[in-house]
Design a protein around this ligand. Structure first.
Ligand code: NAI
Ligand code: MG
Length: 362
């Protein structure tokens, strides 16, 4: 049997710093647990621009299409702010998402007990929270035509179009139902069928797909009510499936219920490959954090937890993923924290590598 393959793209700023901790964990897994991967590494973002003049080289794109999973750090930074839009670091990430056709964006919002005090909500409302938002990523109002700023009479009009085909709604819905099957078997679909035709179609298609998953308890909610419920009583949810625009906002909102940007992983999944598993890109939600880059202050947990998602969704290693997540939880419970997880100025924060070492020790 061949080893599962992983392409690592550390990127810019704190990207390489947090990725170094994941590499240590991969090394540890090989040594101590006999789990090995074919790991290759390449450039993305500003780092790729510096070498190739483009934020993602064609060869790197071709590699990404072939591997079982891609793990990306972060891209961007002030050094690249004045570059032409077409070669900005972010375009490297967008190219990956587009050419791999990653239509299903998984954003977990999980509250580690040790961090419950960090939430803007009361501890008992977020403690034990574990929800997954599945956001449709390749269609909807960010892509629909017509779009643009047009002259109309003696003023201008800005136009974007919310557009969803049945098949776009359906493929995302299937990935959300599959996830619900692996979790608590509850799925809440969010749209605004009360005021948008695309929402009416959304609700019809999701209901139809639900017939193939009789074990999953399906509910529907208007997205504005969903926003209210997320801050009022988030634990009522397990998996939420929603469109690109609502998902952008709702997933950021849900994620922040749980504490710091430095803790948030994500996965973007596409169509199943020959091995039955989806094309996949895993990345922390945070950016390249130029304000702390190069200082060893970055929290590596978001990147480590993104790798845990890769173990679960791309490599069928659910137990290894559980083990890694439990290690992160233990480190936090032991009070080992990077600066972003500390309120008390009197406590000396752990460095990026101290945090990674603690996860390995745990
Ligand atoms: P950012 O996420 O890089 O930073 C926001 C704030 O959170 C900063 O104060 C930063 O120090 C802190 N922070 C972020 N990650 C952290 C971590 N792991 N540990 C500790 N603190 C952390 O967002 P910002 O400042 O808006 O963007 C900076 C650059 O990153 C820009 O060039 C932007 O375009 C790019 N960016 C890239 C993303 C990606 O690669 N997916 C996503 C968001 C922004
Ligand atoms: Mg957003």
């Amino acid at each position: 049997m061949t080893n599962p393959s992983l392409l690592i793209l550390p990127g810019d700023g704190i990207g390489p710093e947090v990725m170094a901790e994941v590499r240590k964990i991969i090394g540890w897994m090989g040594d101590k647990r006999g789990v090995t991967f074919d790991v290759s590494e390449d450039l993305v973002g500003g780092a790729a621009y510096d070498k190739h003049g483009v934020p993602l080289a064609d060869e790197t794109m071709a590699k990404a299409q072939k591997v079982d999973a891609v793990l990306l750090g972060a891209v961007g930074g002030p050094k690249y702010d004045d570059l032409d839009f077409s070669v900005k670091p972010e375009r490297g990430l967008l190219r990956l998402r587009k050419e791999m056709d990653l239509y299903s964006n998984l954003r977990p919002a999980q509250c580690f007990d040790a961090l419950a005090d960090f939430s803007s909500l009361k501890k008992d409302i977020v403690s034990g929270l574990d929800i997954m938002i599945v956001r449709e990523l390749t269609s909807g109002v960010y892509f629909g035509e017509p779009r643009g700023i047009f002259e109309e009479g003696n003023e201008r009009v800005g136009i974007n179009t919310q557009r969803y085909t049945e098949s776009e709604i359906e493929r995302g819905a299937r990935s959300a139902f599959e996830l619900a099957m692996k979790r608590s078997k509850r799925l809440c679909s969010m749209e605004k069928a009360n005021v948008m035709e695309s929402g009416i179609l959304w609700r019809e298609v999701v209901t139809h797909v639900g017939k193939d998953y009789p074990e999953v308890e399906l509910s529907h909610m208007y997205a504005d009510n969903g926003a209210m419920q997320l801050v009022r009583a988030p634990k009522q949810f397990d998996v939420i499936y929603t469109d690109n625009l609502f998902g952008d906002i709702l997933s950021d909102c849900a994620a922040m219920l749980t504490g710091s940007l430095g803790m948030l992983p994500s996965a973007s999944l596409g169509a199943p490959m020959a091995n039955g598993r989806p094309k996949a890109l895993y990345e922390p939600v945070h950016g390249s954090a130029p304000d702390i880059a190069g200082e060893g202050k970055a929290n590596p947990c978001a990147c480590i937890l993104s790798f845990a998602m890769a173990l679960r969704y791309s490599f069928d290693m659910g137990e290894e993923a559980d083990r890694l997540e439990a290690a992160v939880e233990k480190v936090l419970a032991d009070g080992i924290r990077t600066g972003d997880l500390l309120n008390d100025a009197g406590v000396t924060p752990a460095s990026t590598s101290e945090m990674g070492n603690a996860v390995i020790a745990a």
